[in-house]
Design a protein around this ligand. Structure first.
Ligand code: SF4
Length: 340
């Protein structure tokens, strides 16, 4: 079986050589037909049209298994879609329209182990890791089944990407291949809740252009540990140390996410501590108002609180972007995936 969605091109070349006596020419054609054209017409491509025997053998082994898009929910251009996987479990992905292109928010696990206290996915518990093929399948479905022009990927959906490191990195390799999906590394963002060994492993992979986002949500260990149990294993000092040694490209920045929760992490003292934690890291901070999640008692901040918190940070020299939540009514906002 050739599960092509999870197969880097060099591995496909090897299979073509060993199993079919062919090489890069046919492997690249297969990659192009699957990832650029959706794989519906491979036998009519110039490379395979003249080799019906090859296609007949290959066609029996080739599997394109992105999962079945079961439901799409739309709000103002933002589309959440639910994919049913082969074992019956389901995952969610979100197409986010940007000014010039679409971003796809991709899941890396079914559920999550991390237990963040503002997150719907955490409430599902952890079911299993996704395979590289299932991660890439979300992009395949968004492009070829739903017809969206996806240029950016954010690994920010269900799950902690670094908790599924191998499959994540294989998916990154497949997605970034110019012969296939052709999504540049600089258009991919891996978002972690602060799994320090994952940050360190990524740092060693020599992929400086891939963007790293970190969910902060608490500027001191007490506040952060109460919201994010991961902080008890890797507290803020360990997190900062891993970022200080991370090989950012020239003029590169970390993306920090801070979900502002009324009465929990929104005091001016929190803003000042956050600014101290950030200094001197190069950071772009996304400030996001908490999205109500069933089962948690937290409240959203007012617009005024958002402005004041952002202003305090800006005054301390932090680059802040206020992200007004999109997709609240379809439960596609930050921390809301998992209401399947
Ligand atoms: S916020 Fe991310 S890491 Fe935390 S529980 Fe939710 S999916 Fe997992």
């Amino acid at each position: 079986m050739i599960d092509i969605l999870g197969l880097p091109l060099d591995k496909l070349v090897k299979i073509m050589q060993v199993e079919y006596g062919k090489g890069p020419f046919h492997a690249q054609a297969l990659y192009r037909e699957v990832f650029k054209n959706g794989g519906t017409d491979i036998d009519h491509s110039p490379e395979f049209k003249g080799s019906p025997r090859l296609w007949s053998d290959l066609g029996k082994a080739l599997c394109i298994l992105p999962g079945r898009v079961e439901k799409t929910i739309e709000e103002g251009g933002l589309v959440k879609f639910i994919t049913r996987l082969a074992d019956g479990l389901a995952i969610e992905s979100v197409v986010i329209p940007m000014t010039r292109h679409n971003t796809l928010c991709v899941s890396s696990q079914v559920g999550c182990k991390m237990g963040c206290k503002f997150c719907q996915t955490a409430r599902m518990g952890f079911k299993r890791n996704l395979s590289a093929s299932e991660i890439v399948g979300q992009v395949f479905n968004a492009r070829h089944i739903l017809g969206h022009d996806i240029k950016n990927i954010v690994f920010m959906g269900m799950g902690e990407p670094f908790d599924n490191f191998e499959a994540l990195m294989t998916a990154v390799e497949v997605l970034s291949s110019q012969k296939g999906c052709d999504i540049a590394l600089r258009h991919m963002t891996i978002s972690t809740c602060g799994v320090v060994p994952g940050i360190e492993r990524l740092a060693q992979m020599n992929l400086p252009n891939i963007r790293l986002a970190v969910s902060i949500n608490g500027p001191d260990d007490a506040t952060r540990s109460a919201l994010m149990p991961v902080n008890r294993t890797w507290p803020l000092a360990a997190l900062k140390k891993s970022l200080e040694t991370y090989p950012l490209p020239p003029r590169g920045v970390f993306l920090f996410e801070y979900i502002l929760i009324k009465g929990v992490n929104d005091a001016m003292d929190h803003a000042r501590s956050l600014a101290r934690f950030i200094h001197p890291l190069p950071v772009r901070l996304n400030l996001i108002p908490y999205n109500p999640v069933a089962g948690f008692d937290h409240l959203s901040p007012s617009d005024e609180q958002m402005h004041e918190f952002a202003q305090q940070l800006t005054d301390k020299g932090v680059f802040v972007i206020k992200r007004w939540s999109r997709g609240r009514s379809v439960s596609a906002g930050c921390g809301q995936l998992g209401e399947i």
